[in-house]
Design a binder for this molecule. Structure first.
Ligand code: NAP
Ligand code: GDD
Length: 338
């Protein structure tokens, strides 16, 4: 009889965790998800899958619970997506970020080494590893040069993934993913902040239905403007639904390795605003203002991914264009706010 594969996902309530859980369930995996306890138990982006996922209450800060669960479940695959994932916030919470984003991964690798050494592990690395690089585009050989506490924590996890792979012959692979977005993206990130603002302005919202963004502030101010930071920053934005396919492909290979995942296309925040506001017939100049509060002490990039290696190894390539992604997010936010 064919055995269903078992996958253990950390960060299952987040954007990527939810798309990955859907993908693995569609492939008949038994999905286990590490769920943090909170005072009003919430399932985040996987509320709609709550009866299909085996939730295990725990935390990446607790090595005992990770070893216990991994020993009990003996998963075929682990996807370590759990992290404090906000770059700006990592300057306010550097220690928590180092613990959850950096040491959290190391605790997973240690538990794997001790209780399930045959399990394949995917570690969520990031384009932020390249920091202030002047090399464009970036690939697996581009020097690592973190420029914020989040990236430093991810660098620790990335180097430990490589060290544990070599030292203990473990299958630990990394995906160096460039920015990927979706209607499930938290409003803390610039694309969703903008798509929510566009929808709220288009619908003329002036009331308590205006959603909250960074710092739990309304996404548009009393003048119906969205307040942003650095408009010149450049990013390579793809769709999260496409990127979780890449994560799965990476673990289906015979040997663990590091893979850049991106679209190879770069846009500024200005271009994002122009594309988003013009989609609903508005001029972005009328609705965007700068608030220095959202300008970071050090900016990274331009971050642009050269995904030739994964394309060659697995055939993966992104399916969704930048314009399609922005439209998808705005359509979803218009429906949400209506
Ligand atoms: P996200 O939406 O912010 O989700 C983060 C997840 O981590 C949430 O489920 C969160 O749980 C969980 N988490 C945080 N601290 C934890 C802890 N101590 N113990 C257990 N779980 C914890 O992030 P995402 O966009 O899906 O990204 C997934 C991963 O890919 C992250 O590691 C991120 O750094 C990395 N990454 C993301 C991108 C991107 O553009 N999205 C690009 C490259 C790399 P709660 O719901 O309880 O908070
Ligand atoms: N969040 C935010 N809010 N960013 C802004 C704003 C604003 O008001 N205004 C301009 N930006 C700029 C930031 O300075 C940055 O250059 C860019 O928009 C993208 O910011 P975010 O959307 O917050 O994403 P990020 O690139 O910092 O981090 C995301 O991508 C990384 C991969 O490169 C996160 O998902 C990380 O977890 C991930 O590793």
């Amino acid at each position: 009889m064919k055995k269903n594969k078992k996958a253990f996902i950390t960060g299952i309530t987040g954007q990527d965790g939810s798309y990955l859980a859907e993908l693995l369930l569609s492939k008949d995996y038994q999905v286990y998800g590490l769920l943090r306890r909170n005072s009003k138990q919430s399932y985040g982006n996987v509320a709609h899958l709550k009866h299909e996922i085996n939730f295990l209450l725990g935390d990446l800060s607790d090595p005992a619970c990770l070893s216990m669960y991994l020993s009990q479940v003996q998963p075929d695959e682990i996807y370590n997506l759990g992290a404090q994932s906000h770059v700006g916030e990592s300057w306010n919470q550097p220690i928590a970020t180092a613990d959850q984003t950096g040491l959290g991964a190391l605790r997973i690798f240690e538990a794997v080494r001790n209780v399930c050494p045959k399990t394949k592990v995917y570690q969520a690395s990031t384009s932020e590893l390249f920091g202030e690089t002047k090399v464009v585009p970036q690939n697996e050989n581009t020097p690592i040069h973190p420029a914020n506490p989040y990236a430093a924590a991810k660098a620790l996890a990335h180097f430990d993934a490589q060290i544990y792979r070599k030292s203990f012959n473990l299958f630990i692979a990394t995906g160096i993913l460039f920015n990927h977005e979706s209607p499930r993206r938290s409003p803390d990130f610039v694309t969703r902040k903008v798509s929510l603002a566009v929808a709220a302005i288009k619908l003329g919202l002036k009331d308590s239905r205006i959603p909250l963004a960074e710092g739990s502030l309304p996404v548009i101010d009393h003048q119906s403007k969205v307040q942003l930071g650095n408009l010149e920053a450049q990013r390579d934005w793809g769709f999260a639904g496409d990127y979780v396919e890449a994560m799965w492909q990476i673990l289906q290979l015979d040997h663990p390795d590091d893979f850049v995942v991106g679209t190879g296309e770069v846009h500024t925040i200005k271009e994002l605003c122009e594309t988003a506001f013009s989609y609903v017939g508005l001029n972005w100049h009328d609705h965007v203002t700068i608030n220095p509060k959202w300008v970071r002490p050090i900016e990274t990039g331009p971050l642009v991914g050269d995904a030739s290696k994964i394309r060659q190894a697995t055939g993966w390539k992104p399916k969704t264009t930048f314009k399609e992604l922005i439209k998808m997010m705005i359509d979803s936010d218009l429906a949400l706010l209506r």
